[in-house]
Design a protein around this ligand. Structure first.
Ligand SMILES: [Fe+2]
Length: 242
């Protein structure tokens, strides 16, 4: 993805959040210079991958297959595979009409997906089979609006503002904003989350696509904060060489 496009899409996202009276933490609007100024203090933010996360899953068509997220809080997993301190994670997701996050499940994360308003979120669900594939035969038992429900495999659940659904590791899911109803503000409350290893897609999508640097970043993504190689590259490109 081009950096100029990422800058524009995050600008659009902030405009949408303002329209929903949703305010992000201060780091959401920090410039590259702000991150440099605070680089000694933000080690935990880098480690926990807090902040902007924008992906087109390497599809080349963000509006069709893509997602903009902001991780508000997260723990991290230790060498023993368990959360070191905080066992929970919290994100917001901005989902556009007909913009698909492709079919996937999570190896360890259990997530509550909550529609905070705007449009409607449509979620297609299946069970996972014993070989970690999509199972298309048995009903999906799922916790929806705090009640156990059973749905036919492949059912598309329409999550309206105020609705929530709990996706467990055995639930394959794909979601998008319902056309004609507008962009959706979604909250995710989950167990501790490592997006580098936890997302298993049916098709071979890439969670963190390459970025083409065609203009200076207005915002840094959670993968390029102080302490990462990418951060050093950006400083060198835009500040040290003028
Ligand atoms: Fe998911």
């Amino acid at each position: 993805m081009k950096r100029s496009k990422i800058n524009n899409l995050i600008d659009e996202g902030i405009t949408f959040l303002n329209s929903r009276n949703y305010t992000l933490p201060p780091q959401a609007s920090w410039s590259l210079e702000d991150w440099i100024k605070n680089r000694e203090k933000v080690g935990e933010i880098t480690k926990r991958r807090i902040g902007w996360d924008l992906t087109d899953f390497d599809s080349g068509d963000y509006k069709k297959t893509g997602l903009l997220l902001y991780t508000l809080s997260n723990g991290f997993i230790g060498q023993d595979g368990k959360p070191v301190d905080q066992p929970f994670s919290n994100k917001i997701l901005l989902v556009e009409e007909n913009q698909v996050t492709p079919m996937h499940h999570h190896r360890s994360k259990m997530e509550d997906i909550i529609n905070l308003g705007g449009g409607n979120l449509q979620i297609k669900i299946y069970n996972m089979d014993k070989k970690e594939g999509v199972e298309k035969y048995s009903p999906v038992k799922i916790f929806h609006n705090e009640m156990w429900e059973s749905y036919e495999p492949g059912t598309v659940i329409n999550l309206k503002p105020g609705d929530r659904i709990r996706l467990d590791p055995n639930h394959y899911h794909e979601f998008w904003g319902q056309p004609g109803h507008g962009k959706v503000l979604v909250e995710e409350v989950s167990s501790v989350n490592d997006d580098r290893t936890d997302n298993i897609f049916v098709d071979k999508f890439c969670r963190f696509p390459e970025i083409t640097e065609d203009e200076k970043p207005k915002y840094l993504l959670c993968t390029e904060l102080p302490g990462t190689d990418k951060f050093n590259d950006l400083i060198q490109k835009y500040l040290e060489t003028g």
